[in-house]
Design a protein around this ligand. Structure first.
Ligand code: FES
Ligand code: FES
Length: 170
């Protein structure tokens, strides 16, 4: 089946088994390995991407259900930075606050955080904790992750980015 969708701003037409998960389509058909495959049962959040503006566990969406959608992955986040090759504020937050150790959970948590900050650009630590509770991390103990997202929110406030600029929506 040919599936047409937009990934990181580029239109893609892919001949693929519609019953594979979107996570597999992204990683194996489009070579976008930033999206991780973990539990594949919707419990860990490692596969989180943004589909049509909403954080989505891509292991839980079939390729065939992705027809006509607009998908943003961690690779598209950096590309959409305001200035050249600058990182997105969420990515920069993880770097500045040492918000990762092995990094396996990080792309999913970053994408969930982007969606969270679009809805709530100035979250409290508790709101961040609640917002990313569906994303598991086995390394950090979460404190530095919350610091990273708080740092991103501060950066966004400082640069006066509108929330809808975070994911490149026009
Ligand atoms: S791999 Fe999708 S939620 Fe774990
Ligand atoms: S940094 Fe290793 S699982 Fe989160």
């Amino acid at each position: 089946m040919t599936i047409t969708l937009t990934v990181n701003g580029e239109k893609k037409e892919i001949d693929v088994d519609p019953t594979i998960p979107l996570s597999k389509l992204l990683r194996e058909e489009l070579e976008l390995k930033g999206t991780k495959r973990g539990c594949e049962t919707g419990k860990c959040g490692a596969c989180t991407v943004i589909v049509d503006g909403k954080a989505t566990k891509s292991c839980q969406r079939l390729a065939g259900q992705s027809e006509g959608t607009d998908v943003l992955t961690i690779e598209g986040l950096a590309d959409r930075a305001e200035e050249g090759d600058e990182l997105h504020p969420v990515q920069q937050g993880f770097v500045d606050e040492f918000g990762m150790q092995c990094g396996y959970c990080t792309p999913g948590i970053a994408m969930m955080s982007v969606a969270l900050l679009e809805e709530n650009p100035n979250p409290t630590r508790e709101e961040i904790q609640h917002g990313i509770k569906g994303n598991l991390c086995r390394c950090t103990g979460y404190a530095k992750i919350y610091d990273a997202v708080l740092g991103a929110a501060e950066q966004i406030e400082d640069t006066s980015l509108e929330p809808n600029e975070l994911s490149g929506d026009d």
